[in-house]
Design a protein around this ligand. Structure first.
Ligand code: SF4
Ligand code: SF4
Length: 164
């Protein structure tokens, strides 16, 4: 897995043009059963891929924290929301709360998340490959193929299965 992750940015770059063309066509004419196809591809991939062997998303890109995430996590830490924000978060260029630094401060050396049950919504949903109307998040997915080996494999499988 380690080598696979190291090679991922280059492999994603090599596939970028092909993937971009594919997603442009997908957006124009998404298959009727796309939600179903994505659900299947997502489940099959995550039967093979163990996130605990990877944690590359937690190591290289932090999640966005919604107000609800902040409320929930601060409450569990018995902290005031403002205290939690000051200790762990910063505002990014889009005015969203994100981690002050990566790897994520809540990631253990064993790749376990210390706040797993109350983790941000963005962490629960990453890499969004089972998202409904998947064609609408193609730019995000293109970026994620360079971070997430599962997202990379799912896009490769999409290209094999979906004839556009
Ligand atoms: S979601 Fe993707 S990047 Fe994150 S740990 Fe799982 S396989 Fe790795
Ligand atoms: S909160 Fe947990 S799941 Fe989210 S980035 Fe940090 S370690 Fe990973």
């Amino acid at each position: 897995m380690h080598e696979q992750i190291n090679n991922l940015p280059k492999r994603a770059k090599d596939k970028h043009k092909e993937n971009k063309t594919f997603f442009t066509k997908l957006k124009r004419k998404p298959p009727k059963q796309l939600d179903y196809i994505m659900q299947e591809l997502h489940e099959e991939e995550f039967e093979r891929t163990d996130c605990l062997d990877c944690a590359n998303c937690c190591k290289t890109t932090g999640p966005l924290f919604t107000n609800k995430d902040i409320q929930r996590i601060a409450k569990s830490f018995k902290m005031k929301e403002q205290e939690f924000i000051e200790q762990y978060l910063r505002l990014d260029e889009d005015n969203d709360y994100v981690l002050q630094s990566v790897p994520c401060v809540f990631l253990g050396t064993d790749n376990y998340c210390s706040i797993y049950d109350i983790r941000p919504k963005a962490c629960r949903e990453f890499p969004h490959t089972d998202r409904k109307k998947f064609q609408q998040i193609s730019n995000l997915t293109l970026k994620n193929t360079a971070i997430c080996p599962a997202a990379f494999n799912i896009v490769e499988e999409m290209k094999r299965q979906i004839q556009l």
